[in-house]
Design a binder for this molecule. Sequence first.
Ligand SMILES: [Zn+2]
Ligand SMILES: [Zn+2]
Length: 511
Amino acid sequence: MCSVDPDEIVEMTRATGGLDLSSGNVTCRKCNTEKAVVVLRMKDAYCRECFLSYFVHKFRSTIGKSKQIRLGDQILIATSGGVSSSALLHLVREGLDESSHKKLRFEPACLYIDESCLSDDSPDAGPEFVQQVCNRVLSRKFPCYVISLEHIMSSQPPVPTLYIEDGSAELSTSLELKEQLRKLLSSCKTDSAKQDLLEQLRRELLCQCAGALGYSKIFLADNATSLSVSILSNVALGRGSQLSDRVHFKARHKDIEIYRPMRELLQNEIHYYNDLHEISTVEAPSFKHKGSSIISCTEQFVMGLQKEFPATIPTIFRTGDKLVSTSTEMSKCSTPELNDHIDTDFSPIMLCVMCGLQLDTLQSESSAVQATIVSQRLSRIVAPTTKPEESVAEDTNCSYDTSSTSNIPPQEHSLDNVKSNNGCTVSSNGVGTNSCDCSQQTCCSSSKDKALLDANNSVPKDILDGYLCYGCRIIVRELEEVNRLPIKVRGSVAEQERRKHMREQIQDFLL
Ligand SMILES: [Zn+2]
Ligand SMILES: [Zn+2]
């Protein structure tokens, strides 16, 4: 069945009318005997048995060829009750129950993150949907844990609730945390930032829950279609260097390994699989973006193109699969002065405090990200009256020109002064929380020490920036209030800053 691999589609040819099965006379192209019930790639017809064996083979081979999942591994399956995760649960159950040598041999449990607190339409419908999703999980004989998304705002480690069939296990919710989460998302100025932020929060909570439950491996139900959209949207969101962590079969989030066993399967194939097995799905309430975000526009673009050119998704998917960032090695920064706010001596691999992925901002001077950073700083120094939005727009098109720095007074080359300017510009426009209202650069450089973190773990925007990857910096740039971010994010910045200052203080005494 490998002969129907999407790899074989290499030409972007326009679709010319799909095969119609309504006459009932079309036979399966694989066995040539049975009546076809499924059409793939517009013209390839398969009978039920041939399609299901192709589908299951794709799923099993994705897990098998990686050789990462071992006998007795405990795996937490993230489920949403949707099309892809419902199919994943069915596939795993079938695999575990099989008697042949191909039987799956790991020990799964499921986790459902209730996002009803974000829904404008049905914010109180959470318990009802929790029951629906969890009962489906229990019907597959998997233990099911539940947690509400608002717990990402808590300072305590999350404690997922084990769901029991009669629904007696009360889902722990907190009105205060809900309100904090809503305020955080509503302080995002754009839908793109909001969706991206939500994605990071969800992923972080999932990994925190896995850690709390003692699981070190997670299965996600991302499929080839959703991953193709992710590939393009992540690049557009400034997360191109993180593609391997976001779309490859295996990714690492701190101590947790994330796997995507459905990644070879297309969305329409999953729909066919669910239909043939009569698997019902639930569309649980969550955040519904009302405007146009980068992710929704990318999705419309890819799906529209896919209708006319069936090779679109396989082409994007296979191309994205080959893209690997070289930033891991390049983070041994060749220009430490550009990143002197980062304590690289203490942490050889710096992780973004928000998304948990490796920092991609510790790049060499000639990198695109440093060009953008330098350009942003220069825009603010040379034209302090320029509105932030304008400077950002210019920045993205601006190339790094070292000669342009020659017009800047020598003292303004220092990072502290540049950071001070950032703080003042932000503050004077009423954006952000940096309390410094001064116009003197020297004031702000001293505020770096005093404003580090108070009892509430409030973090100045410019200091927070230093601990964020490029994609997360864009989110923070779109936030009206950075101190609405989860307390754990701010706490992590606080801890790293304290260690950095401690090191500076004892530096002369170190051998
Ligand atoms: Zn057949
Ligand atoms: Zn990040």
